[in-house]
Design a protein around this ligand. Structure first.
Ligand code: HEM
Length: 387
């Protein structure tokens, strides 16, 4: 066993996080850290995957963030174990299926085009602030089947919350909006996500208003900075790798496979927490019952035991069994939406501003539970609007 003061949040904020994690993994793949009141950090692909799959031993019910988040309640489905976990997750799966995404594709593409229209004629933009940060909130608005005015409002609230996650005024505004949706869908149920959430049954009883609010807030929050940061990192990697850019412009059909590699390399949600329900041995280390454990997805995604030359960006990599969306029963519920969003963003940007150049000196890292970019200034040959 090795003792350290490893702080995943500080490491994730650095550009060379994968290299720092590789050094730590090489010292010992399972380490105890005294940071954030103490936790066990898992750095290797095998241990991280095992802990994610063994949900009876590695529980999510006491929270999946280290340190704990500020919400006064656990947020299902992510912060729930069996049987509650599947009572919430199961009925939501059809609302986030590949078929639903197929039906949304044209609308989401129009949103990306509209955002690009706002800066395409100027020859410069901030691809984070002007595109990747506003887009996820708008997409979720579409998924919730709310009117266009509400989509604009959700875009503004969520973009602000991504930069100021504890602004209570904006959190209350978002909750007020979800409460309005609750009352509306109670009176007029539809085929959309809010209707599916309020029809959920927990142990045979329909969710309470409070449970509905926790679940809808969780699902929305899970889809914001994750996607924004994945997309920001993707554009920065494309900007830094001319051969990747050329290959994707020459053959846009390669974009979905490339997206998986961008996700592996960047791993925007870099780590999740669990709590042991019994004493267990991980990678030869005895971990007592009731201890916090950190599954470092980013370290696992750069483990040479699973990925050849993990620091090489290889858009043809196959297989690519990365953990950017987690693994096991809690694997990302929004995976099909996230993949669609990233594909559309890459397709539209490469088609309309193919020669964008990143102003590396002005790039700002995102500071939060996820890793990515708060600012990605670019310049390019001006184009014309799509209308
Ligand atoms: C690139 C974007 C995304 C990334 C990298 C990502 C990553 C992840 C990861 C790693 C987990 C597992 C966490 C754990 O096991 O503790 C997860 C779970 C989850 N994600 Fe995502 N996510 C993304 C987008 C989305 C979107 C767009 C939504 C919804 C609209 C979403 C909703 C969820 C939910 C509800 C869970 C919990 C699932 C469960 O506990 O059964 N995610 N995500």
């Amino acid at each position: 066993m090795s003792e350290s003061s490893f702080d995943h949040l500080a490491v994730a904020a650095a550009d060379d996080a994968p290299e720092q994690l590789a050094d730590l993994r090489a010292q010992c793949p399972v380490q105890h850290s005294d940071a954030h009141e103490g936790f066990w950090a898992l750095f290797d692909y095998e241990s991280v995957g095992m802990a994610a799959r063994e949900t009876a031993t590695f529980s999510s019910a006491s929270g999946v963030t280290i340190p704990a988040h500020a919400f006064p309640m656990a947020l299902p489905p992510i912060e729930a174990d069996a049987p509650l976990h599947m009572q919430v997750r199961g009925p939501l799966l059809p609302r986030l299926s590949p078929k639903v995404m197929e039906d949304l594709e044209d609308d989401l593409r129009a949103m990306v085009r509209g955002l690009i229209d706002e800066f395409i004629e100027s020859g410069s933009a901030d691809l984070a602030k002007d595109l990747t940060i506003p887009f996820p909130g708008m997409s979720i608005g579409k998924l919730m089947n709310v009117p266009d005015d509400d989509i604009v409002m959700l875009r503004d609230i969520t973009a602000h919350l991504m930069q100021n996650s504890d602004d209570m005024g904006f959190i209350m505004q978002a909750m007020g909006f979800f409460q309005k949706l609750y009352e509306d869908r109670l009176a007029n149920p539809g085929e959309d996500l809010p209707s599916a959430i309020l029809a959920l049954e927990i142990d045979g009883t329909q969710v309470t208003n409070e449970e509905y609010l926790a679940i809808i807030a969780m699902v929305m929050m899970a889809g914001l900075d994750t996607t924004a940061n994945a997309a920001g990192s993707m554009f920065r990697m494309i900007g830094a790798n001319p051969e990747v850019r050329e290959a994707l412009i020459a053959d846009p059909a390669k974009i979905p496979q490339a997206v998986e590699e961008f996700l592996r390399v960047a791993t925007p949600l870099h780590a999740s927490g669990r709590t042991t329900t019994e004493a267990v041995e991980v990678g030869g280390c005895p971990v007592p019952a009731g201890d916090r454990v950190l599954l470092n997805w980013l370290a696992a995604n750069h483990d040479p035991a699973e990925f050849d030359s993990p620091e090489t960006l290889d858009i043809e990599r196959f297989p690519n069994r990365h953990y950017a969306f987690g693994t096991g029963p809690h694997r990302c519920l929004g995976i099909h939406l996230a993949r669609l969003q990233l594909k559309l963003l890459a397709e539209e940007v490469l088609a309309r501003l193919p020669d964008f150049e990143v102003d590396e000196a002005q790039v700002e890292r995102y500071v939060g539970v996820t890793r990515g970019l708060a600012s990605l200034p670019v310049s390019f040959t001006p184009g014309s609007t799509s209308a």
